[in-house]
Design a protein around this ligand. Sequence first.
Ligand SMILES: N[C@@H](CCC(=O)N[C@@H](CS)C(=O)NCC(=O)O)C(=O)O
Length: 210
Amino acid sequence: MIELYYAPGTASLVVHWLLLDLGVPHQLRRLDLDAREHKQAAYLALNPAGVVPTLVIDGEAIFESAAIVLHLADRYPEAQLAPPPGSLERARYYQWIVHLANQLMPAFRRWFYPQEAADESAIDAARDAARDAIEAIWERIDAHLAKQGPYLLGSQPSAADFLLTMLMRWSRNMPRPATDWAHLGELALTMKARPSFTRLYEIEGLTEWR
Ligand SMILES: N[C@@H](CCC(=O)N[C@@H](CS)C(=O)NCC(=O)O)C(=O)O
């Protein structure tokens, strides 16, 4: 049995989306972040960092959205969302997933939670710096897509594009959203056209960035 602990629109979105896209039967366990359900002992036993998502497979908990994305793509190879292990394509796939998880996600954390990175007097500067970091990454990825797109790995979508699309969504209310960059905007449109994305929105009750 597969269970997903999630909260709508958060880092769990990419996992939920992949489960739907891959057609994997699963149970949803919704957490109320405002009620701090993700900080209660029962959940911390699954995810010691007290964040979403957590995927539980046959009683074994896995956390870190990027790790779960990598695992799901491998577990359901028929969907061809990950290149073969050992190939150069696979190295590029790791590169993009790690880049998104290691560079872009922490910059978003500093944008959404600047108080974690700076004291009160420096919050505006911390947010500005986070915005600069995020926009520099959009610039870099857009330039890559211009040369070697339309997907991160070229002509075929991979699980990395699902992660990228979720992160583009997070920028929707920023001064300059990711979709301002032409090739990122095209990739977002293509990924959002997948029927699984519509289903995801219905289930999570999302409306923005349709
Ligand atoms: N690196 C983690 C980050 C997860 C994360 O920061 N989740 C946020 C929602 S987007 C969360 O649970 N925030 C609640 C909190 O930090 O209290 C992952 O990708 O799974």
